[in-house]
Ligand binder design. Structure first.
Ligand SMILES: C[S@@+](CC[C@H](N)C(=O)[O-])C[C@H]1O[C@@H](n2cnc3c(N)ncnc32)[C@H](O)[C@@H]1O
Length: 277
């Protein structure tokens, strides 16, 4: 059981699926269409409890999921959406204990799932050029994690990643910024062999540049680009069909694997064949 405590931010969801956000505070009162409930009557209940307002209207009291938290947190820069956030740690293969470079931190929407993926023993280093965005992101991250991961397993460098990566032998590089092709030379130097480079880009000309840079570097293999589409469905009695509206485009994900090639002197001589002329 995870009882609600004063200070929690929770969601009240009615039977129509409408959500009302609530910051629980001792002594405060929630009002809805002339009905009320004291926050004190919600504090101490477990996540998922049903509550009744003064004239009987019912809601479920729920802790927001990470996807809900992300969509509602305050933004500095444009955030990545849960559809892509769900995929990026998987396709970058971010694992517990990994050392991961991120840029830019933006509003911190990608930083949170990356921190979840590296776990308590991993380290996430985020580069961000804008002080105001870094400040906003840190507030969002600290409102999500307790204790704060900052200066423990999260380091924020306020500098351009295009100028270089300070860390050595990093396991993963995950980018959401306009010119990831400018990071490729630094990835060549600082990503460990077998490490993964991943970037998210909204347009095709940007992908062309980054893929060319990866190919020309000669140290990246398995270069792949894909996009995903999330199509919600309407399931209501006999009306079972795709929703009439969907977000048709967010961006493309490109991944590549760093390799170490045999140098020519290490390549064994090919056995001579009778067919050779
Ligand atoms: C689209 S936002 C990232 C949003 C973030 N992934 C999120 O979901 O909250 C792009 C960020 O990259 C930062 N940025 C742009 N160029 C950069 C650079 N050269 N080095 C570091 N950060 C940079 C921008 O200031 C901005 O915060």
């Amino acid at each position: 059981m995870m009882p609600f405590v004063s200070g929690d931010r929770i969601h009240l969801v009615n039977k129509k699926g409408r959500t009302y956000r609530l910051h629980l505070q001792e002594g405060a009162v929630f009002q809805f269409s002339g009905e009320t409930i004291a926050h004190d009557d919600i504090i101490g209940l477990s996540d998922g409890s049903e509550i009744a307002l003064s004239r009987g209207t019912r809601f479920f009291a729920l802790k927001p999921t990470l996807a809900e938290y992300t969509l509602h947190m305050k933004r500095g820069a444009q955030i990545l959406y849960p559809k892509d956030l769900a995929l990026m740690p998987m396709w970058a293969d971010v694992y517990p204990g990994a050392t991961v470079i991120e840029a830019g931190i933006g509003s911190g929407a990608l930083t949170i799932p990356l921190l979840n993926a590296v776990g308590e023993k991993g380290h996430l280093i985020s580069y961000e050029i804008r002080e105001d965005f870094a400040g906003r992101a840190i507030k969002n991250i600290e409102a999500y994690f307790s204790p704060s991961p900052l200066n423990d397993r999260l380091t924020v460098h306020q500098q351009s990643i295009y100028d270089g990566i300070l860390e050595e032998e990093v396991d993963r590089i995950v980018l959401d910024l306009p010119e990831p092709h400018l990071v490729v030379p630094h990835a060549v130097e600082k990503l460990r062999s077998g490490g993964i480079f991943l970037c998210f880009l909204p347009t095709v000309p940007q992908i062309e540049k980054v893929v060319l840079a990866l190919q020309e570097s000669k140290v990246f293999e398995s270069i792949e680009t894909f996009e995903t589409m999330l199509r919600p469905w309407n399931i209501d009695g006999r009306s079972v069909r795709p929703s009439l509206r969907m977000v048709a485009h967010s961006g493309f994900i490109t991944t590549a694997r760093k390799v170490e090639r045999l140098i020519r002197a290490q390549v064994p001589e090919a056995p001579s064949s009778d067919l050779d002329v």
